[in-house]
Design a protein around this ligand. Structure first.
Ligand SMILES: [Zn+2]
Length: 447
């Protein structure tokens, strides 16, 4: 492992030391075990209902201090879902009538539990013939790969997948950290662009996503579901930079890390004219059907063999299970904004009445600040040192956290599954079997 910023016994020990510290977590019998309960950062404001801090991007609190996502959760209870379902049926019937012998819609799928549930609803309940479309981040976990392949088998859907090459993914993972402050630009951009490209090329206007934006990001409201599709949406909310802004010249970054416009072509959304010609529009099923993550996870698990796995940075085992890198994404968020994935998931559970706010803060303390094992893989593929990774994120911290020490704790036990992209695991495994068969010891033993 590369050298770490010097661990200090307590964050107060030095005023001038590094602002990101890898610490030993105080044990039960430890004299330092009196970590304060409650909010991870006492000086930040948090939503008064859930655990979302003021540093969340785009967060809006009302005059009582309640965040938009909590307001949406309340709206969700009062919506006439029967009427919404009728509206959905109408959209789907119209799409079928228009499609003729073409596909009725596109379902962007990752193999996650949402996409499996979408496939169930659209094929089994509404009898749609979808084209399933996957932008592969090329970071599939073994469980994620199984879930994707299993869903194609279970629902008998045609499928198109685009996979950017390994070297490009590695380069973009490095530039993404400095460009947008997380490791995942290629995924944010590709997930937004590729289904639209397929829509245009195959002349399929309707795209159907899962969870409502009202719930997943708190950036919209159930009262105004997004229907008219905005082709720039993903750039605005997650990719942040357009493909042309990710070009990196060899003269500046060296030939090994150069990224050309040609490399980035697959990440471009189709032109407005093309989208208009096809009439591309998208809906989120969660704006039309009452969305319940926990129940849907149980449903796809019990009925279709969908599998959970340990996901770094969270106590939930079903979100982002398809990827080996969510821990790095969420650590970056924690280092910039003072909260990670556990804050988000615990807040969802508080809104659903599954956790008290105090219990939620306890879970957050346990998970948000843990150094993910995926970071080792990230540093390997990007050639960065751990100190460089931390320094890049210190520079991108929100003003409220500048100058503060942000603690990180070592992960207590190895991750349940190996955090190496599954295709690479498979290649390694087959080659190891070859090498074993070819070794003199093996042939002697069999002789
Ligand atoms: Zn809230």
């Amino acid at each position: 492992m590369p050298p770490l910023p010097s661990p200090a016994p307590s964050p107060a020990a030095s005023e001038s030391g590094p602002l990101t510290r890898l610490l030993a977590r105080p044990g039960a019998g430890d004299a330092n075990a009196d970590e304060p309960a409650g909010k991870p950062f006492a000086h930040l404001s948090y939503c008064v209902r859930c655990c979302i801090p003021q540093t969340q991007e785009g967060v809006v609190f009302d005059e009582l201090g309640v965040c938009q996502a909590c307001q949406s959760a309340e709206q969700k209870i009062h919506i006439d879902w029967t009427q919404r379902e009728r509206a959905l049926r109408k959209i789907l019937d119209d799409a079928k009538a228009r499609a003729g012998s073409n596909y009725d819609c596109i379902i962007p799928i990752s193999g996650g539990k949402d996409s499996t549930f979408q496939l169930h609803v659209l094929t089994k309940v509404y009898g749609m013939k979808p084209l399933a479309v996957t932008f592969s981040h090329n970071w599939f976990s073994e469980t994620g790969w199984y879930n994707l392949m299993n869903s194609l088998e279970q629902f008998d859907v045609d499928h198109i997948m685009f996979t950017p090459n390994r070297k490009l993914v590695n380069k973009l993972a490095r530039h993404s950290l400095f460009g947008i402050g997380d490791a995942c630009w290629h995924c944010h951009a590709g997930v937004g662009a590729f289904p639209l490209q397929v829509a245009v090329r195959f002349n399929i206007p309707l795209l159907i996503w899962g969870e409502s934006i009202a719930e997943s990001s708190g950036r919209a409201s159930y009262l105004n579901p997004v229907r008219k599709f905005d082709r720039e949406y993903f750039t605005k909310v997650s990719a942040k930079l357009r493909p042309d802004q990710m070009v990196r010249k060899a003269e500046e970054f060296g030939a090994d890390w150069a990224v050309t416009e040609k490399d980035l072509e697959p990440f471009n959304v189709p032109s407005a004219e093309d989208c208009e010609r096809v009439g591309v529009f998208g809906i989120h099923l969660g704006d039309y059907l009452f969305w319940d993550d926990e129940r849907q996870t149980e449903f796809v698990r019990d009925n279709y063999g969908w599998r959970e796995t340990q996901v770094e940075g969270s106590f939930k085992r079903y979100k982002s299970a398809e990827c080996v890198m969510p821990g790095v994404h969420d650590l970056a968020c924690y280092l910039k904004r003072g909260y990670g994935r556990a804050t988000f998931h615990a807040s969802v559970d508080v809104r659903a009445g599954l956790l008290s706010r105090d219990e939620a803060f306890e879970l957050i303390r346990e998970h948000d600040a843990v150094r993910p094992e995926g970071l080792d893989h990230y540093l390997k593929i990007t050639g960065l040192s751990e100190a460089e990774f931390f320094a890049a994120l210190e520079k991108q911290r929100r003003p409220e956290l500048q100058g503060k020490v942000i603690p990180i704790y070592e992960k207590k036990a190895p991750n349940e599954e190996r955090l190496l992209p599954y295709p690479q695991q498979l290649i390694e495994k087959m080659r190891a079997a070859d090498a074993k068969a070819a070794s003199p010891l093996a042939s002697e033993a069999s002789a």
